[in-house]
Design a protein around this ligand. Structure first.
Ligand code: SAM
Length: 250
């Protein structure tokens, strides 16, 4: 399908900006119990490695304090907790209570509840002071927010000067054959397969369409710079189907 018709379809399927936050919260609360299983299936298990790399890019040391924004079921936050160790601190935030409940029970099961804490927070209005964290991470949530400038500004604000903001997200491969395969998988196979498994087809119709309207990797880097981050770099993974962006708080 051509870019323009994908964009038209996305504009029809996605909620209008004023309803997006509520729509996203309800959708994630509904799919929370199936979320981890679907992630593993959809990514052939690669998501774990992508999250590990995200955490490595945060450049944390034992004893550091890290924030994982829009943490969902907490996989990145738990990985951060392993990195900062027992004397470090990790806070995972999300605006879906259903996701946060699962994240807390995973922290208990992993014996990490003394290192990582999960709390409700809107990513666009973080309830933390300036420079409170050594790094902030976020995975697969940029497509869901209504204001990317504010999203990155908030993460930049709560990270100390010199600390990193690390963003992991699905991206569109540019090589023509890969791009065609990716579209087939992402726009046709995922909604059909995962909709059945999650019992919520709309969530996985939302997923590809939200990527259609998401900025390119270059444009996202530009938005991060406009939000005040410096030394912005990005690293495509798995043939460019996901990309890690890293920026430094000045
Ligand atoms: C696709 S999940 C990603 C979860 C997790 N970061 C991961 O790597 O699996 C997106 C998460 O972002 C959360 N989210 C979306 N917009 C948000 C916002 N404005 N504030 C807080 N959480 C938000 C959703 O509730 C959901 O848990």
């Amino acid at each position: 399908m051509r870019e323009e018709s994908l964009r038209r379809r996305a504009a029809k399927v996605l909620p209008p900006p004023e309803r997006k936050a509520e729509y996203v919260r309800e959708m994630f609360t509904q799919i929370a119990p199936a979320y981890d299983r679907i992630n593993r299936l959809m990514t052939f298990g690669l998501d774990r490695q992508w999250r590990r790399w995200t955490v490595l890019h945060a450049n944390l040391r034992p004893g550091d304090r890290a924030l994982d924004v829009a943490t969902g079921t907490g996989d990145i936050a738990l990985e951060l907790a392993r990195r900062v160790g027992p004397v470090g601190t990790v806070i995972g935030t999300d605006f879906s209570d259903g996701m946060l409940r699962l994240a807390r029970s995973k922290a208990r099961a992993a014996g990490l509840e003394d290192v990582v804490r999960f709390q409700w927070a809107d990513a666009l209005d973080l309830p933390f002071g300036d420079g409170e964290f050594d790094a902030a991470t976020v995975g697969f949530a940029g497509r869901n927010v209504t204001d990317l400038h504010r999203f990155f500004s908030e993460m930049r604000r709560v990270v100390r000067p010199g600390g990193r903001v690390v963003h992991l997200e699905i991206s569109r491969p540019t090589q023509p054959v890969l791009s065609a395969l990716f579209r087939l998988y992402f726009y046709n196979v995922i909604p059909a397969l995962e909709g059945r498994l999650a019992g919520a087809r709309s969530a996985y119709t939302y997923l590809p369409n939200s990527l259609t309207l998401f900025p390119s990797v270059e444009d996202l880097a530009k938005i991060m710079r406009e939000a005040g981050l410096v030394d912005v770099q990005y690293y495509p993974l798995t043939f460019g189907t996901v990309t890690i962006h890293v920026g430094v708080a000045p």
